[in-house]
Ligand binder design. Structure first.
Ligand code: HGY
Ligand code: MN
Ligand code: MN
Length: 416
C-alpha cells in the first residue's frame, strides 16, 4: 500500500500543452524561440504566465527587477515559503524548454495540488527570474544576482544592450518594473527544474539528474584596439590588426581550456568588429570570453593565463587591450538536505537517476547564497541547447516535474 502521496503524479499533457503555448510567443526562425529579456515578446510571455497563475488561484508579486513571484497560500501563511522556478527569457536562437520547463513545471505542481485538493503548511511560490540568459544585457542570472545581493540594482539598471537601451528603461517601457524591494523575500528553500543542456543523462539512459554542484563561470569582455587602414595598400608589417589579435586570443582560450580536461570549458560566443568593412583593417574588436570549471582554482588559473596571453598577443601586434570581467560566480555546492529530497523523490517514483554537476549557470546558483537550494535535471536530445533544435520528450518533462512535485511536497509539508 503506497504511503500518502506516494504515487501522486502531475498531468503531463497539461504541462506539455502549456510549454508549447508559451513557445508560440517570441518564435524563432527554426522552430525554437527568440523571446529575449525585456522585449515586447517577453512582456507577452509574462502576461500569459500571470494569467495562468491567477487562474490557478495564486497571487502575483513583482519586484524592482521585474521578477515574478506567484504565491499559493499555505495553511500557515507566516511560514517562509518554498520557492520553485526558473526563467522565461530565451536566447536569440533558443529552444522551447531552457528555463520554461522550470517555470511551467512549477505551475504544474500548483495545478496538481489544486486538482488533488492538497494543502501544505508552507506557502509555495513559483518564480520567473528576469534576464537569466544575459544575452541582451550582461551578466547572465541578472535578477537572481541582484536578489542574492551580489549585483547592485542601480548599477544593473544602467546596463545597456547593443542599441544603447538600458535595463531600467526597458523594464519600465514593457510595464514590468515592480515596487517590491529586490531580495526582501525570505525563502525556506528553492528548487529549480531545468533541462541538462548537455549529453550525459541521455547518453546513459537516465531520466533524472540530481544536481549536487554547479560549475563556476567567468565572462571576460576584451577590447583590442589597432588601427583602421586599407586592406589593399597597407604593407603587412605596418598593420595593427585587431581582428588578427582576436583570432589569436580565441585560439588561446581554446588551448587553455583543453589543458584542464575533462571538466574545463572555454569559448568566445560574442564578437563585434569595427568598422566591419570588407576592405578596412579592423581597428577595434570587442568580444566576450566564457570560461568555466567546477574547480575554483582551475577557473582562476585559466583566467590568469588568458589575461597574460592577451597581453603577449597585443604586444606582438602593437595593439592596445582592455579586459573587463562582466560576469562571474564561483562553483556552487547545493544544499545536501534538499539534494537528498530530490534523490529520494526520484527513488520513490521509480525514475532512474544519477548525481550530476551543472555545466550551465542557473538562477539557483545565486539563490543558493541566500536560501538552501537544489536543482533537478531532465535529459535533452543530443545534449543540445542554446539552439532552436533543442528537444526534450514529454516523458522526460513529466518525470522531472514529478520529482519537483514530490521534493516540494516534502519541504512544504502536506497537511491532512
Ligand atoms: O550561460 C549560462 O550558463 C546560462 O544558460 N545562462
Ligand atoms: Mn536556462
Ligand atoms: Mn540558457
Amino acid at each position: 500500500m503506497p504511503a500518502p502521496g506516494e504515487n501522486l503524479r502531475i498531468n503531463p499533457e497539461r504541462l506539455w500543452n502549456s510549454i508549447h503555448e508559451m513557445a508560440e510567443i517570441g518564435p524563432g526562425v527554426a522552430g525554437g524561440n527568440n523571446r529575449q529579456t525585456l522585449t515586447d515578446d517577453d512582456a507577452r510571455g509574462r502576461a500569459l504566465f500571470q494569467k495562468w497563475c491567477e487562474a490557478a488561484g495564486m497571487s502575483m508579486g513583482l519586484d524592482q527587477m521585474g521578477t515574478m513571484f506567484a504565491r499559493r497560500e499555505g495553511t500557515e501563511p507566516g511560514l517562509d515559503p518554498v520557492y520553485v522556478g526558473s526563467h522565461l527569457d530565451t536566447q536569440p536562437t533558443g529552444g522551447r524548454y531552457d528555463g520554461v520547463l522550470g517555470v511551467l513545471g512549477g505551475l504544474e505542481v500548483i495545478r496538481t495540488l489544486n486538482d488533488l485538493g492538497i494543502r501544505t503548511r508552507r506557502p509555495i511560490v513559483v518564480t520567473n527570474w528576469t534576464n537569466e540568459e544575459g544575452t541582451r544585457f550582461a551578466p547572465a542570472m541578472m535578477a537572481s544576482g541582484v536578489f542574492a545581493g551580489v549585483l547592485a540594482l542601480e548599477d544593473i539598471y544602467k546596463h545597456a544592450d547593443k542599441d544603447g537601451l538600458t535595463v531600467g528603461d526597458e523594464l519600465r517601457r514593457i510595464g514590468w518594473m515592480g515596487e517590491e524591494k529586490v531580495g526582501a523575500r525570505k525563502m525556506h528553500a528553492y528548487y529549480e527544474l531545468h533541462i541538462e543542456q548537455g549529453p550525459i543523462l541521455e547518453d546513459e539512459g537516465i531520466e533524472i539528474g540530481v544536481v549536487t554542484h554547479g560549475q563556476g563561470l567567468k565572462w571576460l569582455q576584451v577590447t583590442l584596439t589597432g588601427k583602421e587602414s586599407h586592406t589593399g595598400s597597407t604593407p603587412m608589417p605596418k598593420r595593427r590588426n585587431a581582428s588578427l589579435g582576436m583570432a589569436r586570443v580565441i585560439e588561446l582560450v581554446h588551448e587553455v581550456a583543453m589543458d584542464y580536461q575533462p571538466d574545463a570549458v572555454g569559448a568566445v560566443g560574442h564578437v563585434q568588429v569595427y568598422p566591419n568593412s570588407r576592405n578596412i583593417i579592423v581597428g577595434k574588436a570587442v568580444f566576450t570570453i566564457d570560461i568555466r570549471s567546477p574547480n575554483k582554482d582551475v577557473l582562476d588559473e585559466m583566467d590568469a593565463r588568458i589575461r597574460a596571453g592577451i597581453e603577449t598577443v597585443a604586444e606582438g601586434l602593437d595593439i592596445g587591450f582592455e579586459v573587463e570581467q562582466v560576469g562571474h560566480f564561483d562553483p556552487v555546492t547545493f544544499d545536501k538536505a534538499l539534494v537528498g529530497n530530490v534523490r529520494a523523490a526520484a527513488e520513490k517514483l521509480g525514475y532512474s537517476h544519477r548525481d550530476i554537476v551543472s555545466g550551465a549557470g542557473h538562477d539557483a546558483c545565486w539563490i543558493n547564497r541566500v536560501a538552501p537550494s537544489a536543482m533537478i535535471m531532465c535529459p535533452c536530445v543530443d545534449g543540445l541547447s542554446h539552439n532552436e533544435a533543442e528537444t526534450i520528450s514529454k516523458e522526460w518533462a513529466a518525470a522531472g516535474t514529478d520529482v519537483l512535485f514530490h521534493a516540494v511536497l516534502e519541504t512544504a509539508e502536506i497537511v491532512g
